[in-house]
Design a protein around this ligand. Structure first.
Ligand code: UN1
Length: 497
């Protein structure tokens, strides 16, 4: 069987075709990575940091061609693709210096002539499964720190982006990462899941990282749990944007346009529902609808807000989600809904809509708690619109579906900001900014249905790819027993002034 990737903006352009691996192929790839890990861990961390520096420089030198490949293989606009590769470079920049830190601690002992220390030890081999919507940036969030910390990596990218994944891997290898220390293998879901069961059983893998749907994340959590492992899970979102009565409406419209429809809505951080206070509802709605109606959709190489869906599968899922629209809701924002075609045209479309998987932007007005679209992650150009009367109500709506990835509030009132920050359940909160577009060195991750509390990026991800080793060294020449042979200085408990 072949895995074929096509340009989603021009389906006559076959980007690549690769032989699909068997379960045994994936297991063998993992075995290779497992065997290579010990030698990699012996490379001094500053030397591993130099490798990450070289990888970062190569990413920078190849930025345009890698971004062009992202645009060609998954249809992300070229401007966003450049931003995505920049996020890889930023991640390398952050971690190259970590090679000279990876700090442990010295800790005082309760006994004399004894020293305590902590060391960060690599976990071993990481099995990383990533999605197609961020085919370079999100993998780098796992791969770069995992390698820096002395782990080997098996990377299982999405089937929609094999060309990008192998290009990216070749840059890691050219930067000095040994071939077997980063092994990339594109496989389908069933093969991957069967292989994962086996490699966990054989103890070839000590950490699983997964970015994708909540349903698959749950299955990975169950599987790894049976092996006493805690995976790094970055799952779905239904990210709310709460607009308070004092909000700057220009900012709201710009933020909600990008958050909702940038990347065709295919980010885990994309806007789910725009919740607007009753007092300014009509004005925000009118201006948002106008902005969405006038947004330019089409050829991702051109100056457009968004291009095609990543693949036929993503378009099909979007069309299924349109079936969740209920009779009390209204669709706004375009000349049609669903796939853009010659007979279902989009005003101002750039290029030929029939050549790719393009979809109309759709605002669904009238979202209420309990509606299917209230708590279904839609991962496409579909934004819910709803209203509220008080901040308490908005917070309840923001949390009620159980997702907790990203959220935003638009206001200039500090009391509302701080109340929202402390009450919202999401791992990431934006104030007067889009729900998407997190910077590469803050903790990234979610709670509840969005993940198991693991965090990527910055120093926080080090806890995913290292384990603390506690060392005590007694040089007193005798056995000093903790808690028992402890020096106690006299005190006078009866003393009063
Ligand atoms: C994702 O969609 O899985 O914060 C990640 C953002 C991007 C990453 C999104 N930096 O929107």
């Amino acid at each position: 069987m072949q895995i074929i990737s096509v340009n989603p903006a021009d389906t006559s352009d076959i980007v690549t075709s690769i032989q699909a691996p068997s379960v045994q192929d994936v297991v063998e790839a993992t075995r290779r990575a497992h065997q290579a890990q010990a030698a990699w861990a012996k490379v001094p961390a500053p030397a591993r940091g130099r490798v990450i520096a070289a990888v970062g420089r190569l990413m920078e030198a190849n930025k345009d061609s890698l971004a062009a490949l992202v645009t060609r293989e998954i249809g992300k606009t070229y401007a966003e693709a450049l931003g995505e590769v920049q996020e890889v470079i930023d991640t390398c920049d952050f971690f190259l210096g970590e090679g000279r830190r990876l700090y442990g601690q010295t800790v005082p002992s309760e006994m004399p002539d004894k020293q305590l220390f902590t060391f960060r030890a690599p976990v071993g081999t990481a099995f990383i499964i990533t999605a197609g919507n961020f085919p370079t940036a999100v993998p780098s969030w796992y791969i770069v720190p995992a390698l820096l910390c002395g782990n080997s990596v098996v990377w299982k990218p999405a089937e929609v982006s094999p060309a990008i994944s192998y290009a990216m891997t070749s840059i890691f290898h050219a930067g000095g990462v040994p071939e077997d220390v980063l092994v990339t293998i594109v496989a389908d879901g069933a093969t991957t899941s069967a292989a994962l069961e086996q490699v966990l059983e054989e103890r070839l893998v000590q950490k699983v990282g997964f970015t994708g749907s909540t349903a698959v994340g749950r299955a990975i959590g169950e599987l790894t749990g049976r092996h006493l492992q805690s995976p790094c899970l970055e799952l779905g979102g239904k990210n709310p944007m709460v607009v308070m009565p004092d909000a700057n409406i220009d900012l709201v419209v710009e933020g909600a346009l990008f958050a909702g429809f940038g990347t065709s809505g295919q980010r885990c951080t994309s806007l789910g529902t725009l919740w607007v206070h009753d007092d300014i509802y009509d004005e925000v709605k009118a201006r948002y609808v106008n902005a969405v109606e006038n947004a330019v959709v089409g050829d991702p190489r051109k100056d457009v807000l968004y291009g095609p869906m990543i693949s036929q599968g993503y378009l099909d899922a979007h069309e299924r989600n349109l079936g969740l629209i209920e009779s009390h809701q209204t669709t706004l924002g375009s000349t049609g809904i669903g796939r853009i075609t010659a007979s279902n045209p989009r005003a101002g479309f750039v290029g030929d809509p029939e050549s790719g998987f393009f979809a109309h932007p759709t605002i669904v007005e009238g979202i209420r708690a309990g509606d299917a679209l209230y708590d279904t992650e839609t991962f496409g150009p579909l934004v819910g619109l709803g209203r509220f009367g008080s901040l308490d109500e908005a917070i309840e709506l923001a949390n009620g579906h159980g997702y907790g990835l990203s959220s935003a509030i638009y206001t200039n009132n500090p009391q509302w900001v701080w109340k929202f920050r402390s009450a919202v359940s999401s791992g990431m909160v934006s104030v007067n900014n889009s729900t998407s577009g997190a910077e590469a060195h803050l903790p990234f991750g979610g709670n509840g249905r969005s993940g198991n509390g693991s965090r990527q990026s910055g120093v926080w991800v080090l806890d995913q790819f290292t384990r603390w080793q506690a060392v005590n060294w007694d040089y007193s020449g005798r056995l000093q027993k903790a808690q028992m042979d402890v020096m106690e200085l006299p005190s006078d408990p009866e003393f009063r002034l």
